[in-house]
Design a protein around this ligand. Structure first.
Ligand SMILES: [Zn+2]
Length: 493
């Protein structure tokens, strides 16, 4: 495009917005629409309908997203131009390319870019109150080795698209706004997930994070790779040195709930609690041919009953229970195993419910192992001599509750975009997986926005989120940021 006088350009933009706003609803604040003199539009002066009329550019978002997915391409899974997964491991050369793009793009939008000691990148668009902590959109550009194009990447791109839209429409926020690219959310290359937001939140020591070696026996550490690609920043990675005003994260749901229920947007209220236990069942090895059922202490049979009971009890209490690891000894066809160890992952959106499940299982497991009639699992079969059960807590992650102000901003923005909430298109949800937002929520008002992904599939090259759903998510994100800015200003005055 030939260069235009910049005042003229802004006037054109402002009048283009005016037309959108007029067509969307009746004018509520006529001073915004002066064509004789251009002025910035402030969020505090925008009515609901004016807020709703600020539209992101859905095509630009889609093109930008697939543009950066050229760096770190993974497995092809279909015939389409974008039917290619991602393998952009954190701090790799491809990750550096994506980061460089992030910095260049946000700087070209007038952002100030800061990089902290974990390589987290903070791009900040100034607001009226220059010294206040920014309202951010944050997510991650790194992927799993067999990842897709939307997990994390969509959240970062939607944040940048929001900044572009604010610039296009000459919107002036009361507080600074910005986008964060969190380092190594996936934990795939250096094995702690959400590690850099964790360091920022003071939950993970910096040195521990720096000294993580890459999986697969390589010599690189997280610190050496940060240095190598030029993203070892000198800003302290800390919520104290670098505070966040609020954090909104758009993410694909990574589960089937929205898709199966016709939902378009999830307003995420929090992340469920989980505890990982290691359960050890001890019985006695014996010969499978010479020992009758009455005289066995069959650790494997007991473990099977315990796992079944954990499923039934979790269902009864509205929780989840899963076993993903199971080992047994001695591991011989003709020996009844006397030793079994298995993992028990229990989850609930409510800490008290999780505790109730755990208490019930602790009591029931001991009784079931003794052969008592609990929950129907010992109803049939032969009692035998019984086994013992030991519990060991491995990981304890309490429920995260996001900030109601932020959740409401997401909900209102989504309802505005869709024009209606028929068919439960906007739903309040709890995240089943962890995200950087878990750590930001410890020190800043936070919420997340979920959009459906096909078949609920993620961490898979064929992960897919439609252009419509990507656009819906980004539009909701922008609306939530603007609403929150207005709310912050109201609260501060
Ligand atoms: Zn993610």
């Amino acid at each position: 495009m030939p260069t235009m006088n910049s005042t003229l350009q802004r006037t054109i933009r402002a009048s283009r917005l005016s037309k959108d706003l007029i067509s969307h609803h009746r004018l509520q604040s006529p001073r915004l629409f002066s064509t004789t003199r251009w002025r910035n539009i402030r969020t505090t002066e925008m009515s609901e309908s004016q807020l709703a009329a600020v539209k992101i550019d859905r095509d630009r978002l889609w093109k930008d997203l697939h543009g950066t997915c050229e760096w770190g391409k993974g497995e092809r899974w279909g015939d389409g131009a974008t039917d290619i997964g991602m393998a952009r491991l954190t701090l790799s050369d491809a990750d550096k390319q994506a980061r460089d793009w992030f910095v260049e793009t946000t700087e070209s939008l007038g952002c100030k870019v800061k990089i902290d000691a974990m390589g987290n990148i903070f791009a900040i668009r100034p607001g009226k109150q220059t010294s206040a902590a920014p309202t951010y959109a944050g997510s991650h550009l790194d992927t799993q080795p067999t990842g897709g194009r939307y997990d994390g990447i969509l959240g970062v791109h939607a944040g940048i698209e929001a900044l572009k839209t604010m610039k296009d429409n000459d919107i002036e926020t009361e507080f600074p706004t910005g986008v964060i690219n969190w380092t190594n959310e996936e934990g795939a290359r250096f094995p702690i997930s959400m590690v850099s937001s964790g360091v920022w939140a003071g939950a993970i020591p910096l040195e521990k994070s720096y000294n993580l070696f890459e999986v697969g026996g390589g010599k690189a550490t997280q610190k050496s790779e940060l240095k190598r690609i030029g993203y070892l920043g000198d800003l302290e990675a800390s919520y104290k040195a670098n505070p966040i005003g609020a954090h909104f994260e758009l993410h694909i749901e990574q589960g089937p709930i929205l898709e199966n229920s016709g939902g378009k947007i999830g307003a995420v209220e929090g992340v469920q609690a989980f505890r990982w236990h290691i359960i050890t069942v001890k019985g006695r090895d014996c010969h499978t041919g010479t020992t009758d059922f009455e005289n066995r202490s069959d650790a494997m049979l007991t473990a099977a009953k315990l796992i079944l009971h954990s499923h039934n009890k979790a269902q009864e209490l509205g929780c989840l229970a899963s076993t993903g690891i199971l080992t047994l000894k001695p591991g011989s066809t003709n020996t009844v195993p006397g030793f079994v160890r298995f993992s028990l992952d229990i989850r609930s959106k409510d800490d008290a419910k999780l505790q109730a499940l755990e208490d019930a299982l602790k009591s029931d497991f001991a009784k079931i192992a003794e052969g008592e009639q609990i929950g129907g699992v010992n109803e049939r079969g032969v009692k035998g001599r019984g086994c013992t059960v030991e519990w060991q807590l491995d990981t304890d992650s309490p429920a995260t509750k996001f900030h109601e102000d932020c959740v409401k901003c997401v909900e209102e923005s989504a309802k505005d975009m869709l024009g209606t909430n028929s068919g439960n298109q906007v739903q309040r949800m709890t995240s089943g997986a962890g995200h950087d937002s878990v750590y930001t929520s410890r020190h800043a008002p936070t919420s997340m926005i979920f959009v459906p992904c096909r078949d609920g599939v993620s961490h898979n090259p064929a992960e897919y989120c439609s252009p419509e759903d990507c656009g819906n998510g980004a539009q909701t994100l922008l609306g939530a940021i603007l609403r929150y800015d207005r709310l912050r200003a109201e609260r501060a005055s």
